[in-house]
Unconditional design. Sequence first.
Length: 337
Amino acid sequence: MKVGAFGEVMLRLTPPEYRLLEQGRTLCMDFTGTGVSILANLAHFGLKTWMMTHLPKNRLGDAAEASLKQMGMSTDFVGHSHNHIGSYFAENGFGARPTYVTYQNRRDSSFGISGPDTYPIETFLDTVDMVHICGISLGLTQDTWRSAKYIAQKAYEKNKTVCFDFNFRPSLNTEQGKGSLMKERYEEILPYCDIVFGSLRDLTDLLKLAPAESVVSEEDTLKLIRDFLKANDIKWFAGTDRLRQKDGQYITGRIVTLREDIKTMPRHLTVLDRIGAGDAYAAGVLLGYCEKWSLERSADFAVTNAVLAHTIAGDVPLTSREQVQHVLDHPTIDIIR
């Protein structure tokens, strides 16, 4: 299956060696984003992938495009215009200190000011079988919202599989009344989607499908998710949950359909870099969907991929099928020669 993604390419700037910004004199530079992480991972799994976005028409844009190619995705639908790329600083956490992300200007980026008329959408959708859309584009600017909605509509009309990640960022939607506007936009795009990545909080706090305090059991959670699937004619709802216990952090993965509910056993986490682990889970789920695996196999593979992503520096989970399967089959082996 050929997979495409519409989304933002960002510049990540990271102080080395777990340093704070005040301690640093150098920064590591990476090009990242939800679509970038998912497509790069799927490319490493052996699928053909295409990114559709806009990058600056300058040396920074050239470097970003070169990075996308290096990670294995096609850039046939990457445009170059304007002169700015959205960026953020990531101060990696350690122990009790969490990772701290500081965003730079994203709304005036080449991606942020590009509307649907600037993309070869018809050709893009004729090329791919599945398209991933990141929810951040719904609230970034009016242009990115119009583009995301148009792509979802056209993909739906062409009977393409549409994957959508809630990825709601309260820090990007702080203006008065923005919460109600975002709820309306999510409600508009969801009926075009087949696979949705999200959390219980997205359903209760963003979409207001039920008061959070009323969802207290597994039965309550499952009913809420299935009501959401039915209302929007969605096939799969997938996501992860994080648990903190005395001996450390754990993660579980879940996939829900109208007939099945698969939840993995908790997997212990060793955290080198927290960012991008959700994208690794999504990439594993999408691989299972493309390969027509069982839900159980898809969830186990995906959550193991997310566990591995926590051990890789940077957002992009550059794991292979063989690496993930090795951990599934031989979890105690810690050196391969």
